[in-house]
Write a protein that binds this ligand. Structure first.
Ligand code: COA
Ligand code: MG
Length: 296
């Protein structure tokens, strides 16, 4: 099965759950998803207050089509189970699990959601940021095939991965290419989205834009971002280009011609085009339509 058009997740903005100023800014920001962070962006002494803040926020979920997620603390930490239990009752689209190592970590989180009667629409996202998660990535992503497991999306976490492996983070990410491509492949095999890691240097937007374009070329679904200025470049890089859209329309139009009705392969402007390209083109156009819908 090829990759079907999931909802756009071009930009997923991390917002520390304790940062009221940042939260107040959200209505003006065009990110496809918001991830409120209870984990590394919140000090231990503020964990409980941060959780209460989010409970207050979700008491009145803002209108709009974007997704809202909460990154909880690890279930192995002193706060994780309480975070997940609380989040089970919130009007959220998903919970992002940090520091997972094996498929079992996702199954256990799903069990907590089930036990607390979280709606089926509450999905699980998981950070791929430990060496074990990367080694086990195929089995983790495979859970995407089982709707009961709730897994919808994986998120690369290069800061933690660098800390735990010793790999050097360079601007061109040369030592990470193999691991990043492995993540994308596994995610596609499991039918889930794969988001690229945050980029810490939020003032250098030129470098950020080219990193986004490269990530899109590698097959990532979108980028996690930490600052409002990074949203525009991520949205742009992960949107179909005008050229790609024009080409997709041309393929759809060509197969719609009466003379091509019974044909599985045709010639279009000197190139071979098959029905698999038709399916691919239709998916691209569907994705563009979903992106349009997000603007409302
Ligand atoms: N979400 C929403 N708004 C944000 C934001 C975010 N993640 N980061 C910054 N802003 C807001 C600021 O509040 C500020 O608002 P204002 O215009 O009303 O004053 C504006 O954007 C400009 O911010 P700026 O002054 O450039 O940055 P900063 O010094 O306030 O913050 C960071 C820099 C890195 C501390 C901040 O962006 C941040 O906390 N990002 C998220 C970090 C995080 O969640 N990490 C965990 C996951 S990796
Ligand atoms: Mg991390």
């Amino acid at each position: 099965m090829s990759h079907s058009p999931s909802r756009p997740r071009r930009s997923a903005l991390f917002v520390p759950a304790t940062n009221e100023k940042a939260i107040a800014k959200l209505p003006q920001l065009a990110c496809d998803a918001v991830i409120f962070d209870l984990e590394d962006a919140v000090l231990p002494e503020h964990k409980a207050v941060a959780r209460d803040r989010l409970a207050g926020f979700f008491a009145e979920r803002p209108a709009g089509n974007r997704e809202f997620l909460v990154r909880i603390n690890s279930l192995a930490s002193p706060w994780g189970v309480e975070d997940l239990t609380a989040a089970s009752g919130w009007a959220i689209d998903g919970v992002l699990l940090p520091k997972i190592a094996t498929p079992r970590d996702i199954i256990e989180a799903g069990d907590v959601l089930d036990d607390n009667d979280a709606p089926d629409g509450v999905r699980l996202w998981a950070m791929i940021e430990t060496p074990r998660a990367l080694v086990n990535i195929a089995a983790i992503a495979e859970l995407g095939r089982d709707p009961a497991a709730r897994l919808a999306c994986l998120v690369a976490g290069l800061n933690d991965l660098a800390k735990d492996t010793g790999v050097m983070l360079t601007p061109d990410r040369r030592y990470l290419q193999a691991w990043l491509m492995q993540m994308v492949l596994a995610a596609r095999a499991g039918g889930v989205d794969m988001l690229d890691s945050v980029s810490n240097d939020f003032r250098d937007l030129d470098a950020f834009s080219s990193e986004c374009r490269e990530a899109a070329a590698m097959g990532f679904s979108g980028k996690t971002v930490i600052h409002p200025a990074q949203i525009g470049p991520a949205n742009e890089a992960f949107s179909p280009s005008p050229e790609a859209l024009a080409e997709a329309r041309a393929v759809v139009d060509a197969f719609a011609l009466p003379e091509n009705a019974g044909r599985s392969v045709i010639s279009l402007e000197g190139k071979m085009v098959e029905r698999l390209h038709l399916a691919q083109s239709e998916r691209l156009l569907a994705r563009a339509a979903m992106i349009e819908k997000l603007k409302n």
